[in-house]
Design a protein around this ligand. Structure first.
Ligand code: GLP
Length: 260
């Protein structure tokens, strides 16, 4: 696990640069993309690189992590619509190249199985962008999630519903109770995981992710078992890391050609 501590714009540029290099090597790469505010800087940076002609998504594909159950297809907070607005529509993905689990499917269990199969059929995710919840969830894998889970239906915790109420006009009762989410094992199947976090509210979750014991109570800790994880954090989110000085020294000494 590599930890980079830097200003948010620098972290977004680092992640976007890594995606640009991946697509230069493999224009048909499969990206795992996430909602939430954390990855927005990456999407802005990628959009700029795309408009300047440095990167194309025309042959790439992308899979989103999760979706609320039951939000109407035109609801602005439906994750499929959020990803379209914040990222997909701003670059040159082919129609249908970006997929997400369908929270309106009649048979939600079958939809989860279909989604898992679609990711496998695409060859698996090459690079997964992740945020992290203040309770250590990734995707919508809340504390207590099976570390071996695959895409399935989950119930959101009150903490997550409160955290996300800001996207629903601060009305927590309008935040759905259920979601479909890639499981922790699904996320672990990605070849490279890039997790980005900023702000003091994430400091405890980042401490557990990097330095805590692996536990379903802090679901992101499963990433300690992944061979290629980059954790990109601003100084506030790094505020509780005991090894912060070591991570700063290591990154400062890293040759640029090595990338993430
Ligand atoms: C939601 C999403 C997660 C995201 C988390 C943190 O719960 N399902 O994928 O990581 O929010 O969001 P933010 O980046 O806005 O703090």
């Amino acid at each position: 696990m590599e930890v980079v501590i830097a200003a948010p714009e620098e972290l977004a540029a680092l992640a976007a640069g890594t995606i640009e290099s991946l697509l230069a090597r493999n224009p048909e790469a499969v990206l795992g993309i996430a909602t939430g505010s954390s990855p927005l800087g990456i999407y802005d940076d990628l959009t700029r690189r795309h408009s300047e002609g440095h990167v194309s998504f025309a042959r790439a594909r992308a899979f989103t992590l999760d979706e609320y159950v039951g939000l109407a297809s035109n609801h602005p907070e439906r994750y499929r619509n959020v990803i379209e607005k914040e990222f997909a529509s701003r670059v040159d993905f082919a129609p249908d190249a970006v997929q997400g689990p369908d929270g309106l499917a009649e048979d939600l269990g079958a939809e989860c199985a279909r989604y898992e199969a679609a990711i496998v059929e695409a060859g698996g995710v090459d690079l997964q962008i992740l945020g992290i919840g203040s309770d250590g969830h990734v995707g919508f894998n809340e504390p207590g999630s099976s570390l071996a889970s695959r895409t399935r239906i989950k119930t959101l915790t009150e903490q997550t519903r409160l955290d996300n109420a800001r996207f629903f006009g601060s009305h927590v009762d309008q935040v759905p109770r259920h979601c479909l989410t890639q499981g922790l094992a699904t996320i672990m199947s990605a070849r490279h995981v890039v997790l980005i976090a900023a702000g003091r509210a994430k400091a405890e979750a980042i401490h557990h992710l990097v330095e805590g014991p692996v536990s379903a109570m802090w679901p992101a800790t499963i990433l300690q078992h992944h061979p290629h994880v980059s954790v990109l954090v601003d100084p506030a989110a790094a505020g509780r890391l005991q090894l912060a000085d070591y991570f700063r020294t290591t990154h400062a000494a890293k040759p640029e050609w090595q990338g993430l």
